[in-house]
Write a protein that binds this ligand. Structure first.
Ligand code: RB5
Length: 142
């Protein structure tokens, strides 16, 4: 599966642990930046990941900032993007099954790396349910 991942300075350190984990799992991951821990603007990287989803170069995306909130707000402004802010495994599973979320947002100042990797694995390993009721509801905002 092809993935795109982006972060700001708040998520830079965690992103590197995530990249190592995803490589070990054999995912094809494009890292859109940022490329250092220097202060930067998260919407730039949110847009880069949504562009990858729109072009089909990535099936799913991951965005990490300090809280995950700014990334999710920015990503959800883009058409066809269903970005879910998840800091627990239950939400990560439910948002794939029910919302067909195509981007996972997380806050590196909220979760530790152990939980973050569990959330990511759950998100990536859970398919959309394809239930009619969920498709109907998603159509309201997609
Ligand atoms: C950066 O300090 C911080 O505002 C950002 O990482 C994110 O949490 C915004 O929502």
């Amino acid at each position: 599966m092809k993935l795109a991942i982006g972060c700001d300075h708040g998520g830079y350190e965690l992103k590197h642990e995530v990249l190592e984990h995803l490589a070990a799992r054999g995912f094809d991951v494009t890292d859109v930046g940022c490329d250092s821990a220097a202060s930067c603007d998260y919407p730039i990287y949110a847009k880069k990941v949504t562009d990858f989803i729109h072009s089909g170069e990535a099936e799913l995306g991951i965005l990490i900032c300090g809280t995950g909130i700014g990334m999710s707000m920015a990503a959800n402004k883009e058409p066809g993007i269903r970005a879910a802010l998840c800091h627990d495994v239950f939400s990560a599973k439910a948002t794939r099954e029910h919302n067909d979320a195509n981007i996972l947002c997380m806050g590196a100042r909220v979760v530790g790396p152990g939980l973050a990797l569990m959330i990511i694995d759950t998100f990536l390993d859970t398919p959309f349910s394809n239930d009619e009721r969920h498709k109907r509801r998603i159509a309201y905002y997609s």
